[in-house]
Ligand binder design. Structure first.
Ligand code: ZN
Ligand code: ZN
Length: 322
């Protein structure tokens, strides 16, 4: 999918979500800086690249984030992510979310800064068509599931890391843990009565949850940081999955983790209003508006996602190493 064809409303929705997420983080009593003219303030003057470049007379100092916000400024995205990482370090190491219905009602951080009420447990809902009871026979790469009947299905609305990609095994384990030996309830998602149908690989797009009170599996994967919201296609679950992804992103779980060393410093390219990042040589780059290079860690911090070519190349790179 070409970046330039992403509908404007999706771009707007995404930017809105990100902005909302950043506004929601509460202010702390640390000195903040900004430039004379911008509407941004930085909470991490020693860490944030943009903040470090603010020189001399151009620098404005605020007593704390509250003061900066009263002045009509909003927090720099990179700084927000750095703040979130600090919080994560402060709090005890987070437990891996339970896939079997153990998700707590609020965030786990002890200092309360990420405290928020999570969406109610999601479930496959019978009003979207009669659920069928199935068993998963085989868990295949990239979230492809083969049912006992031989039918292949995938999770509607999310992208699961492909084989050999980081967290592909975590995703597989999570699916296995939740589905092994259990009867699963399966429904096809639909939008205004049109069923989600099959994807380009011929997989039926479905929702799945264990029949004995399990949670929606796609939502659990996204929440754990083992899958991305599929930004190329709107589904009725967009808002819900996006909220779960936001939670994983803010906590830096799984695919949202900051990487140490060269891996995190790898140069990627994104464009204004784009939701994905690309390798410098990706064909997508010439389609981007105002292409801009950044490090992979920054792209993750901005909640950007790898483009499909990037995901495919990640596989090749890893295979070469073996
Ligand atoms: Zn900053
Ligand atoms: Zn690309």
């Amino acid at each position: 999918m070409k970046q330039s064809t992403l509908p404007i409303w999706q771009r707007v929705a995404l930017v809105f979500l990100i902005e909302t997420a950043l506004f929601a983080s509460s202010a702390t009593a640390q000195e903040c800086i900004g430039t004379q003219k911008s509407k941004i303030y930085h909470t991490q003057p020693l860490e944030c690249g943009s903040a470090k470049r603010i020189q001399g007379d151009n620098r404005v100092v605020f007593k704390d984030a509250k003061e900066a916000e009263r002045a009509g400024r909003r927090k720099c995205k990179r700084c927000a992510q750095l703040d979130a990482m600090e919080d994560k370090d402060d709090a005890n190491q987070e437990q891996r979310p339970l896939m079997g219905g153990g998700r707590p009602a609020t965030g786990r951080n002890t200092n309360g800064r990420h405290e928020e009420v999570l969406p109610p447990p999601t479930d496959v809902s019978p009003d979207r068509g009669l659920p069928r009871l199935v068993r998963i026979k085989k868990i295949m790469p990239a979230g492809t599931l083969e049912l006992e009947s031989g039918t292949r299905v995938c999770f509607d609305g999310v992208i699961v890391p492909n084989e050999n990609q980081p967290h592909a095994l975590d995703a597989r384990d999570a699916i296995q843990q939740e589905s092994q030996g259990r009867l699963m309830r399966m429904v096809q998602d639909s939008h205004r009565g049109v069923p989600a149908g099959r994807d380009s690989l011929g997989r039926w797009r479905v929702r799945l949850a264990a029949d004995d009170g399990g949670r929606d599996l796609a939502g659990e994967l996204v929440y754990a940081g083992y899958a991305w919201l599929d930004r190329s296609r709107w589904t009725t679950r967009w808002d819900e999955l996006s909220r779960l992804e936001e939670n994983a992103w803010r906590a830096g779980r799984g695919i949202w983790q900051q990487l140490d060393g060269p891996a995190g410093q790898m140069k990627v390219v994104t464009g204004r209003g784009a939701h994905a990042y690309h390798e410098a040589r990706c064909d997508h780059v010439k389609l981007l508006t105002e292409p801009r290079e950044m490090e992979l860690n920054e792209a993750r911090a901005r909640r950007l996602v790898p483009c499909e070519h990037f995901r495919a190349k990640a596989i090749k790179r890893q295979q070469v190493k073996k």
